[in-house]
Design a protein around this ligand. Structure first.
Ligand code: AMP
Length: 403
């Protein structure tokens, strides 16, 4: 028996398959319909190695997630050996608002509440809801669980989540900071504890999730106490196409003086900013790095801003923690770019974080990259959000004692 974990986005669906008893990974894959929904590609990667590609017609773009889930149900997800029976399904949902402080088993009330949260996450919650509906139809009677990206931040103190704006915005409109990437930060917390050989309850961690989206979090005793993302996943660090934090006065200025509409500002800050906006080259970190190496000055500037903002966030979060036992780099950029890690760590020696140049250059996550005499450790951790969700599924519906 296996656990299927589905991570549905607006233009792709990732999945992971895990042994229901041990949560050992069996395979993973993804369906991408970014360019052409009629020629979407399903890639299945069994854990044993290799991969299989299928062309799929997910046709109607609006129903693409449903098509993708049905395609999964009709395919042997290991592509080799007997098809695994699905014992339970787990879903990633980005926004759990203040209602969901932890993962839950899906029922009608839960779906209703997730639907109500669409107002807060218009791009992210609808595909997850669609995936849940399609999975219920494809695997009737099989228990389903949702894990929320915001849940890891349920214990942020009010000083970390209340914005210094008119208080009624918070009380009447629910405007507050939530934090995102929680499944990744939660996984990295448990993995850092494992690597350091200490319980998470004894650790002060600063975790930098640096992928297409970027966020950093301060975690004390296994609990997140501060993070850079806020009401939406736009706040904080510079990202691939998202600006991160900018002076709100700039947004008022471009609307009043340059005539941009709210939609145009939204588009600019979400899709035309960040690495892409500054470099003019790409949102993809590798491409920006390559352009900078070839002498592109805007690409080099984009990388400088990116690193400076991560470094400043690490400093602020480390001080919030009162010191840091380990700095953790994760996600595409954090796991793979030695030059970014090196740029971020320049200046962090004052926090007791000394990066070992050779270990950093030779890094294969998971690894400790700090010098032997560094008081704080510097870790690179390969994030496994789907595995964390599979563990939640097992805890909630498959463990003999019900968690
Ligand atoms: P993610 O959202 O975690 O998939 O991360 C995507 C980002 O990771 C993209 O900006 C990629 O360019 C970046 N990335 C992936 N591999 C590398 C690499 N070897 N070096 C630098 N950046 C990378």
């Amino acid at each position: 028996m296996s656990i299927l974990v589905i991570n549905a986005g607006s233009s792709s669906l990732k999945f992971g398959l895990f042994d229901a008893g041990t949560c050992a990974p069996l395979g993973s894959g993804q369906i991408d319909w970014t360019s052409d929904p009629r020629h979407a590609e399903l890639v299945i990667r069994p854990e044993a190695g290799g991969h299989t590609r299928f062309q799929l017609d997910v046709s109607d773009h609006h129903a693409a997630v449903g098509h993708a889930v049905r395609a999964l149900a009709q395919t042997n997800l290991l592509s080799t050996g007997p098809a695994p029976a699905i014992a339970a399904v787990g879903h990633r949902v980005v926004h759990g608002g203040t209602q969901f402080r932890e993962s839950v088993v899906i029922n009608a009330r839960v779906k209703d509440q997730i639907a109500k949260l669409v107002e807060l996450a218009p791009l992210h919650n609808p595909p997850a809801l669609e995936a849940i509906g399609a999975a219920e139809a494809a695997w009737p009677g099989v228990p389903q669980v949702v894990a929320f990206d915001t849940a890891f931040f349920a214990d942020l103190p009010p000083s970390a989540y209340v914005y210094p704006v008119p208080y009624a915005w918070y009380t009447d409109w629910g405007i507050r900071r939530f934090g995102f990437h929680g499944t990744s930060h939660a996984y990295c917390t448990s993995q850092a504890a494992l690597l350091l050989g200490k319980p998470a309850t004894n650790l002060r961690l600063v975790i930098c999730h640096l992928g297409n989206g970027c966020s950093a979090a301060a975690v004390r005793g296994g609990v997140a106490i501060a993070t850079t993302m806020g009401f939406t996943p736009m706040e904080g660090l510079m990202m691939g196409t998202r600006a991160g934090s900018v002076d709100p006065g700039v947004l008022l200025h471009v609307q009043r003086q340059r005539g941009l509409s709210a939609e145009q500002v939204d588009e600019a800050l979400n899709r035309d900013s960040g690495l892409l906006g500054v470099s003019g080259v790409a949102s993809d970190f590798r491409q920006v790095e390559a352009a900078a190496k070839q002498g592109n000055e805007r690409a080099a500037l984009a990388l400088e801003i990116y690193a400076a903002r991560v470094r400043a966030a690490v400093g602020a979060l480390a001080v919030t923690l009162g010191g840091v036992d380990a700095l953790v780099f994760t996600a595409g950029v954090g796991e793979n770019s030695a030059s970014l890690r090196s740029a971020v760590c320049k200046g962090l020696e004052c926090l007791g974080l000394r990066l070992d140049a050779q270990r950093n250059a030779e890094c294969r996550p998971d690894a400790d990259l700090a010098t032997a005499d560094s008081p704080g450790r510097v870790l690179a951790v390969h994030t496994r959000e789907e595995l964390l969700i599979a563990r939640e599924v097992r805890r909630l519906v498959l463990s003999p004692h019900g968690g």
